[in-house]
Design a protein around this ligand. Sequence first.
Ligand SMILES: NC(=O)c1ccc[n+]([C@@H]2O[C@H](COP(=O)([O-])OP(=O)(O)OC[C@H]3O[C@@H](n4cnc5c(N)ncnc54)[C@H](OP(=O)(O)O)[C@@H]3O)[C@@H](O)[C@H]2O)c1
Length: 316
Amino acid sequence: MTESSRALILERFGSLPRLVERPVPPRAPGETLVRVHAAQIGHLDLNIVDGRFGILPSLPFVPGTNSCGTVVASDVHPVGSLVRVNGAGLGLRRDGGWAEHAVVPDKAAFPTPPGTDPALACSFFSPAGTAWAAVHDVATIGAGERVLVTGAAGAVGSMAVQLAVRAGAEVIGVVGRPAKLEHVPAGAKAILAADLSAEALGGPVDALIDTVGGSVLAAALGLVRSRGRAALIGYSAGREFTVDLADFLLADVALLPVNLMARGRGLAEVGERLLAEIASGDLTLNIERYGLDRLEQAVERLRGGAAIGKVALTLD
Ligand SMILES: NC(=O)c1ccc[n+]([C@@H]2O[C@H](COP(=O)([O-])OP(=O)(O)OC[C@H]3O[C@@H](n4cnc5c(N)ncnc54)[C@H](OP(=O)(O)O)[C@@H]3O)[C@@H](O)[C@H]2O)c1
């Protein structure tokens, strides 16, 4: 009898994938069959589901750019070993990990220490790698600097706060809603976006790490000192903002993009270290977990900005 397996299948961009039973997908040479334990629901996944990304799959399609599971069959990876799965167009050009079984190119499966929480394994790299790149490579935060982080209770923002505090900076974490103030990591001053002003900050900051975009970026940019840096990571609050070029030149603040896709390879080693630190509790990353049948609630939390940290599907 053919073993059946549950999967979330997207049939139309702009709708949510439907939970279906299907046969376990067949594996070809060069591919690994993985029993997925957890899969990330990220903003990128939602942009793809919405049909609002530069690269889109043909439908029907299983989303899920990042997942983690146990190898069931492979010519390369030991059967029974834990692997993180991402890259090679997974969840983008070919079926991804929002399914109990995923067939992935061998090169898209990465050995993961046994016993690692699968939800953490598939969720940590985007926030940790991006925050690391923003703090150390792009904004180059130094000891004693004053740093403003927006979306400071979010996945990337909370990680950026922790890494900037660790770098010896004085960190102010901005959140959009009062319920999130308590989720800004320890070591930073927490402030509401509505209360943001040069006065409330006690003067301009040396650097901004913005994970929110839109009008929040426009407001926060004005709080960075002349010759300071602003690292832009995300645009949940809006893909656009207007700049008065005369004011921009006068302000003399470097607005710098952070692009994890372009930098990911170079961060592989740092990523392993950060995973170990999160797993041991030295760094904190909150993860909200939802079963396959609760996709709608999970997406609503993430889309609405209510989620605290990462959001993951659990498939066991
Ligand atoms: N550049 C890159 O390479 C890269 C890599 C990873 C992630 N990203 C992007 O970075 C951003 C943050 O990622 P994340 O994983 O930290 O996300 P997250 O955990 O959902 O945090 C995003 C924060 O944005 C704030 N926000 C403000 N307005 C919002 C709105 N209308 N809808 C949703 N959130 C809103 C929310 O905080 P408040 O409620 O406190 O305002 C939320 O906590 C996303 O846009 C993501 O796509 C970019």
